[in-house]
Design a protein around this ligand. Structure first.
Ligand SMILES: NC(=O)c1ccc[n+]([C@@H]2O[C@H](COP(=O)([O-])OP(=O)(O)OC[C@H]3O[C@@H](n4cnc5c(N)ncnc54)[C@H](O)[C@@H]3O)[C@@H](O)[C@H]2O)c1
Length: 210
């Protein structure tokens, strides 16, 4: 999932209005972490567009946020391109921020999760390449690395014992919530992060500290 805000906010504004005038695209934003990011950035006064393949959920969330929804299969380059074509960050020649949602697994691995951990490690590397290539266009790129979050992802196989065990991995004694990730995404979307690029930021309650 990628969140692509265009930051135009005035750094002297109160935090709750810091994203006024900012346009944000939240890919995979119809539910879960993406939906929480869309809600948080809207509450910070950004205008949010949700891209997702879940048409009913995406449409309902966009209506609730007074934003817009575009159906897109992000696994299909043509579908994705047509959905984002009208707010291309580079073509708009404006500063922008790309926030990729990687995972703690991209750093620490995970038994039985070779494909997932490898894809998240690749996303962390892709984020660094993006930061190098787009820095001259005033576009930053960072990734977030959440730990375990009780969304629909993995719900079919997750047990109460898993949740109890995973919670002990954090010095804080609990799992992430989508809101934890959305708060850091809001920071990355704000002018406070203007000199941050190419980073892979852990949002995992200290489960992984590297
Ligand atoms: N839940 C966790 O524990 C956890 C931990 C670390 C990282 N992550 C990462 O966070 C991101 C979001 O995960 P989540 O837990 O919110 O999952 P989720 O399943 O609740 O939400 C994923 C969203 O992405 C959309 N989506 C998926 N594939 C799509 C496609 N091809 N085209 C359009 N939309 C598509 C879904 O429709 C859904 O709205 C993922 O990249 C996941 O790997 C999740």
């Amino acid at each position: 999932m990628t969140t692509s805000p265009v930051a135009t906010a005035d750094p002297t504004q109160p935090v709750a209005q810091r994203l006024a005038g900012t346009r944000v695209v939240v890919t995979g934003g119809a539910r879960g972490i993406g939906a929480e990011i869309a809600i948080r950035l809207t509450s910070d006064c950004a205008r949010v567009a949700v891209l997702d393949r879940l048409v009913d959920d995406g449409t309902a969330l966009a209506a609730r946020l007074d934003g817009c929804f575009a159906p897109a299969d992000l696994a299909d380059p043509a579908s994705t391109a047509s959905a984002v074509e009208a707010r291309s960050l580079i073509a708009a020649n404006r500063p922008g921020k790309i926030i990729n949602i990687a995972s703690m697994a991209g750093k620490s691995g995970g038994a039985g999760q070779a494909h997932y951990a490898a894809s998240k490690a690749a996303l962390i590397a892709l984020t660094r390449v993006t930061a190098l290539e787009l820095g001259a266009s005033c576009i930053t790129a960072n990734s977030l690395c959440p730990g375990h979050i009780l969304t629909d992802m993995g719900a079919a196989t997750r047990t109460d014992d898993d949740v109890a065990t995973w919670s002990t991995y954090s010095p804080l004694g609990r799992l992430d919530s989508p809101r934890d990730v959305a708060g850091v995404a809001a920071f990355l979307a704000s002018p406070d992060s203007d000199y941050l690029t190419g980073q892979a930021i852990n949002v995992c309650g200290g489960m992984h500290m590297g």
